[in-house]
Design a protein around this ligand. Structure first.
Ligand SMILES: NC(=O)c1ccc[n+]([C@@H]2O[C@H](COP(=O)([O-])OP(=O)(O)OC[C@H]3O[C@@H](n4cnc5c(N)ncnc54)[C@H](OP(=O)(O)O)[C@@H]3O)[C@@H](O)[C@H]2O)c1
Length: 384
């Protein structure tokens, strides 16, 4: 049986890994649509290799360049085109756009009744309650691609969430784990994106260095698995072999172990509930020297503490946190602020924006826009 798929964010790290998975299983998948922001050169290569019927390009000028190449594909142009691509009827829409830009396409895929595989965590952080309610109403399955959530999904299978004592989200600690915070004042983005165990896009790599990524993942887990904050624990596991653990009421802990490669959770999500033979290698247990676990130090990683604070505040606070973080990380990557200023910008936005109720998507987008303005003001006040 062929699985018809759409890949939103096909030119990114997750998008490229997804196409690698597709290539490993000839005849198993049919790529119906691809979508990206503006990387037309890579899109053109992907079109030649995978022959999708549709390609959506958010940037209008980039879309015009792609059209001019006459590659025999229907090119959809502009921001709205991502929603159109997401709504094309397929067996599964894989959401791998980075950041808040993925929220409307995720909703669009759900409204169209497409099963979704979600790598793009920011929409769940911003509007997790609204997304999951909408998916339930529409009867749409939401499958986690993020390795930790994919691991928890697998450990929970066949169990009642009410029997969960807590889940343990593992974190590598990022490239600066164990480095005194003060010495990170002048680290350049090039150093922050060098993740010790995962090969990822720039934004998530910086989030991993600040541990904001783990905070976003706590929020993601709350919504995906309907768990209260108190039942989600973060544990530092530098080897990134145990992708997460579920501890049950009776004291049993189920752990998920696997190769440190996103192709595995992607394959799981694309083929679920079937399990297919791995064509991408296996974990060799005998090559593992040690698996260590430690509690995070919140004073070293204030972004993690801020994310947990946003989770406790609820309503639109996570959207505010996310928007301020996206703004600050973009400024850090552009060398406009320093690494330690990321948490300062986020804290300022979170403490000074009113977190109202997340009544609907409009309130979430309003909170997002307000937080981005506040973050920009803070950066101006910091002299950048
Ligand atoms: N990378 C990982 O290993 C990993 C693991 C778990 C979860 N995730 C999550 O998966 C998502 C993607 O991460 P990534 O590392 O793959 O990111 P990435 O390498 O930066 O790729 C981002 C993708 O999104 C597209 N994009 C960016 N802005 C857009 C916009 N405004 N409109 C439409 N498309 C846009 C990019 O298109 P262009 O190339 O044209 O700019 C690209 O295809 C993130 O939410 C991340 O947290 C990633």
């Amino acid at each position: 049986m062929t699985t018809r798929i759409t890949i939103l964010g096909s030119t990114g790290s997750i998008g490229r890994s997804t196409l690698d998975v597709v290539q490993h299983y000839p005849g198993r998948f049919d790529v119906v649509a691809l979508a990206a922001h503006s990387n037309v050169d890579l899109l053109a290569q992907q079109i030649r290799a995978f022959h999708p019927a549709y390609v959506a390009v958010a940037d209008e000028q980039a879309a015009a360049r792609l059209k001019a190449m006459k590659l025999g594909v229907e090119v959809l142009a502009g921001i709205e085109s991502l929603n159109e691509a997401a709504a094309i009827p397929v067996d599964i829409t894989l959401c791998a756009i980075v950041g808040a830009a993925g929220l409307r396409p995720v909703v669009s895929a759900i409204d169209a009744g497409n099963r979704i595989a979600v790598a793009n965590k920011e929409p769940l952080v911003m509007a997790g309650r609204l997304i999951m309610e909408r998916a339930r109403r529409r009867g749409v399955e939401v499958l986690p691609v993020d390795s930790e959530h994919n691991a928890i999904f697998q450990c929970l299978h066949g169990h009642n969430v009410s029997d969960v004592f807590r889940v343990h989200l593992t974190a590598s600690g990022g490239p600066f784990y164990g480095t005194p915070r003060e010495s990170l004042r002048d680290v350049p983005p090039e150093q922050a994106v060098k993740h010790p165990t995962w090969n990822m896009g720039a934004k998530i790599s910086v989030d991993s260095a600040t541990l904001m990524n783990k905070g976003l993942e706590v929020l993601e887990a709350m919504w995906l698995f309907d768990l209260p904050l108190e039942k989600i624990d973060v544990v530092i596991h530098p080897q990134s072999i145990v992708h997460s653990l579920v501890e049950f009421m009776d004291g049993s802990i189920l752990a998920h172990l696997g190769v440190t490669d996103m192709k595995f959770p992607i394959l799981f999500a694309l083929t679920w509930p079937e399990r297919v033979e791995s064509a991408m290698g296996r974990l060799d247990l005998t090559r593992m020297r040690e698996l260590t676990f430690a509690a995070p130090d919140f004073s070293e990683f204030p972004c993690l503490a801020l994310a947990l604070h946003a989770a406790r505040l609820g309503g639109t606070a996570p959207a505010i946190l996310n928007a301020a973080n996206e703004t600050a990380v973009a400024a850090f990557c552009a060398k406009r602020i320093g690494f330690l200023q990321i948490s300062e910008v986020v804290e300022e936005a979170l403490m000074n924006c009113d977190a109202g109720q997340d009544v609907d998507l409009d309130t979430v987008f309003a909170a997002d826009a307000h937080a981005r303005r506040k973050a920009s003001e803070t950066m101006i006040a910091l002299g950048v």
